[in-house]
Design a protein around this ligand. Structure first.
Ligand SMILES: Cc1cc2nc3c(=O)[nH]c(=O)nc-3n(C[C@H](O)[C@H](O)[C@H](O)COP(=O)(O)O)c2cc1C
Length: 351
């Protein structure tokens, strides 16, 4: 897949996720093999107002490249100004969010709200493309609701406006995160597109990623929730793309990566928010480990990062003991059982 100066064959991409894909998590995922990463979405109005929270999200590091800054908004001038501010932060490309379904974004006519105003969406895109030198991409959903699946029209409009790649989350706005991502529409969009298409939705395992490439013939796949507390998915998916099935991470690795992640998160966000934002990661990091519920309950309540690290190290010793005692024989290969959440068998995809 080619995107400006970037050329990557079949990239496996970390999805933009608010309060998740800060630099600490992006760099971790990069280290485990994510080919491209995105910032959390950033409000164009916030950038223009000079809001500290928005400007902080602009920071990108060299060791995470290629990295995109994602912006959202529904005003042409504001989006152009925001794109210029984003460009000055020196990402590798700029992504426009036309997919966010929440009330605070779509309800105000931005994100997926623009799927109801395709001419404005086209005008914003064309203006941003014209204003910046960097490549511009977009991320969208297949339509507003099941009676308004507009993705094929969206592809034509956005490629006409000059974007260089489009990510498609195979759900409608009305679905929010419910139901299944419909990869049939992603496949059809890929068939009509002349620009690279990145498919997104419900990739929970390395096998899912490989199957989605095969099924939809997309240029790249993007992983969101499947990477939360599980940056290992990129290593596994990259290997499986080469035909190599890696063993899952051991409990030791999972615990030590969780600790490293927490330290990076606190370094970036400070103790209060660093600790808070890590909470959504623990259940995946510790999935399948023995007597996990007690330790997890502690981790999602404790406010001091040093105490959390001490508890994780203590838990590692408990796991070692279980392993020695043979109480949890399969521990060394704790399968992250995301595979149980694989909801779309290839046959179902055809329907
Ligand atoms: C916590 C969370 C935050 C998200 N924030 C963003 C965002 O800032 N920008 C965006 O384009 N999508 C955002 N998304 C949507 C994801 O990028 C992705 O499209 C969606 O989760 C479907 O992919 P998945 O099934 O792999 O999770 C977010 C999703 C989650 C779960």
């Amino acid at each position: 897949m080619k995107l400006g100066a970037i050329e990557i064959d079949k990239p496996i991409v970390l999805a933009p996720m608010e309060d998740v894909t800060d630099p600490s998590f992006r760099r971790l995922c990069k280290r485990f093999g994510a080919d491209i990463v995105y910032t959390e979405f950033i409000s164009s109005e916030g950038l223009i107002r000079g809001a500290a929270k928005s400007h902080r999200k602009l920071k990108v590091f060299d060791d995470e490249r290629p990295v995109a800054i994602q912006i959202f908004g529904n005003d042409i001038e504001a989006m152009v100004e925001a794109a210029l501010i984003a460009e000055a932060a020196k990402p590798d490309f700029i992504d426009i969010n036309y997919g966010c379904p929440t009330k605070k974004v779509a309800g105000r006519g931005a994100g997926s709200g623009l799927l109801c105003h395709p001419t404005l969406m086209e005008a914003i895109t064309a203006a941003v493309v014209k204003a910046v030198k960097l490549p511009v991409t977009a991320k969208t959903r297949i339509g507003w609701d099941e009676n308004n699946i507009t993705i094929l029209d969206t592809v034509k409009r956005l490629e006409g406006a000059g974007i260089q790649a489009l990510t498609i989350h195979g759900r409608t706005r009305a679905q929010m995160f419910k139901g299944l991502a419909d990869w049939n529409w992603i496949k059809r969009a890929k068939e009509v597109a002349t620009i690279p298409i990145i498919g997104n939705g419900d990739i929970w395992t390395a096998q899912d990623a490989v199957r989605r490439f095969e099924f939809a013939k997309v240029d790249g796949v993007m992983i969101g929730r499947g990477a939360i507390g599980n940056p290992f998915i990129f290593r596994e998916a990259k290997a499986l793309m080469r035909g190599v099935e890696l063993p899952p991470p051991t409990f030791r690795e999972k615990i030590h990566v969780a600790i490293e992640h927490l330290k990076m998160s606190v370094e970036w966000k400070g103790e209060k928010y660093g600790v808070l934002e890590m909470r959504r990661h623990y259940s995946s990091y510790l999935k399948g480990m023995p007597n996990v519920s007690k330790v997890r309950d502690y981790l999602v309540r404790e406010e001091k990062w040093q105490n959390i690290i001490d508890r994780l190290l203590e838990y590692e010793l408990e796991c070692e003991k279980h392993l020695r005692d043979g109480t949890f024989e399969t521990l060394a290969e704790t399968l992250n059982d995301h595979s149980k959440r694989l909801v779309l068998a290839p046959a179902a995809l055809e329907n």
